[in-house]
Design a protein around this ligand. Structure first.
Ligand code: ZN
Ligand code: ZN
Length: 399
């Protein structure tokens, strides 16, 4: 039996003045059919009243305690960029930015330098060593990740002042973070000295563009001890997504990761990749991101349209999977109400579909009808347990 968890990012919503949500209003014949044939309920990835990030919610849904394994965005970004990370390393996400002669930030994104320019500047930072701490840096366009190896701590502030006109300075949050703060401040000085006079920046200055003469580290976290997905469940797993963050989670857990560009690929191409991986792996996690993006932009109609397109994607996938071969979970990582333009703690609909699930009377997949399902209300951590039980791989507790 194969297991699939299909996550529509930020799907859940709050009713508008007409009492509708984008999901309730969207035409979703496939999702409704899955709900009709499956067991439905509501789900909070972390807990009631907890507003999750996409990262912490995905960890919870995969059965990992985010309060233990989530230490910040930094390690996930670095994993997502394919960097070599060991337990205890400290990683940050970074932007290339512009500082003036007084070291004050002029532009937090350095006018979004190109991929090629960033790759050249990366060489000036990657491989440095300061006070016995080894430093690795990898760029992705104007963004990147910074990894510190050695006697380091994540008890430091961001080096990013988060606004223009202030200096990038790292401060220790406790005694433990003092050395790391010192190393990072030395690093920022060295980066400035090397990049400010770099031919790429001289050239940018000539063209009237802001220099990419500093990096601003933020979201620092210690690489946690994490049991790999295969060791935890004995399942060969993969993760299909279009964002570096979800890819980073997949890599951290040792899942094979595949990128599906939702903006460039058509539904058929995307379905083909997903079907192929479902057939190849014991476990497949799919994240589709665009509904969450529309939510952050406050676009109701756009979110509805994306949900309808996702329904078409699901219809193609469901042509290829059989009930006696696959257990399929359709849900979201969190709600992203249009009126909030951000994530909320409202529970999301969930359906589990497959052989011998206790089908209920729910016939539509949305926030309202799924509340009447016989799965009732569960947390993210319950999903993998339920799936393992369905395939009879759960260990018995007791005699
Ligand atoms: Zn999300
Ligand atoms: Zn979001």
């Amino acid at each position: 039996m194969k297991l699939v968890i299909f996550i529509i990012d930020g799907l859940g919503d709050r009713p508008n003045e007409r009492g509708l949500t984008p999901l309730k209003e969207a035409k979703t014949p496939t999702m409704d059919k899955i709900a009709e044939e499956g067991i439905c309920g509501l789900m909070n990835a972390i807990d009631i009243g907890v507003r999750p990030g996409s990262d912490t919610s995905h960890l919870a849904i995969l059965g990992y305690n985010p309060y233990e394994v989530y230490t910040g965005r930094g390690p996930l970004e670095a994993f997502g960029l394919g960097m070599d990370l060991k337990e205890g390393d400290v990683a940050f996400r970074c932007n290339f930015a512009t500082v003036d002669k007084d070291f004050k930030v002029l532009d937090r994104r350095a006018g979004r330098i190109s991929e090629e320019e960033a790759k050249e500047l990366e060489k000036e930072i990657d491989g440095l060593e300061i006070d016995g701490v080894k430093i690795f840096f990898k760029s992705k366009g104007y963004r990147g990740a910074l990894v510190l190896k050695g006697d380091v701590s994540d008890k430091v502030t961001d080096g990013d002042p988060h606004k223009e006109g202030e200096k990038p300075i790292v401060k220790a949050l406790s005694k433990e973070g003092e050395k790391t703060a010192e190393v990072l401040n030395k690093l920022l000085k060295i980066v400035y000295e090397r990049l400010d006079k770099h031919p790429i920046n001289i050239e940018r200055e000539k063209r009237g563009l802001p220099k990419a003469n500093i990096i601003l580290p933020r979201g620092g976290g210690r690489v946690p001890k994490v049991e790999k997905f295969y060791n935890k469940y004995g399942l060969k797993g993969c993760c299909i997504s279009s964002t570096a963050l979800i890819e980073g989670i997949g890599k951290m857990l040792g899942l094979d990761t595949y990128e599906v560009d939702e903006k460039k690929m058509n539904i058929e191409e995307r379905a083909k990749i997903i079907i192929d991986k479902i057939k190849k792996y014991d476990f497949t996690l799919v994240n589709v991101k665009l509904a969450d993006e529309a939510s952050h932009d406050g676009k109701y109609e756009e979110k509805k349209k994306i949900i309808e397109e996702t329904d078409k994607l699901l219809s193609l996938i469901f042509k290829e999977i059989k009930k006696d071969e696959v257990y399929f979970v359709l849900t979201a990582d969190h709600s992203s109400p249009i009126e909030v333009r951000d994530h909320s703690a409202d529970p999301v609909p969930i359906v589990i579909w497959g052989k011998s699930v206790r089908k209920d009377d729910v016939k539509e997949f949305n926030e309202f009808s799924c509340a009447k399902g016989s799965l009732h209300w569960i947390r993210g951590e319950h999903i993998m347990r339920i799936l393992l039980d369905l395939i009879n791989k759960n260990e018995k507790f007791g005699a």
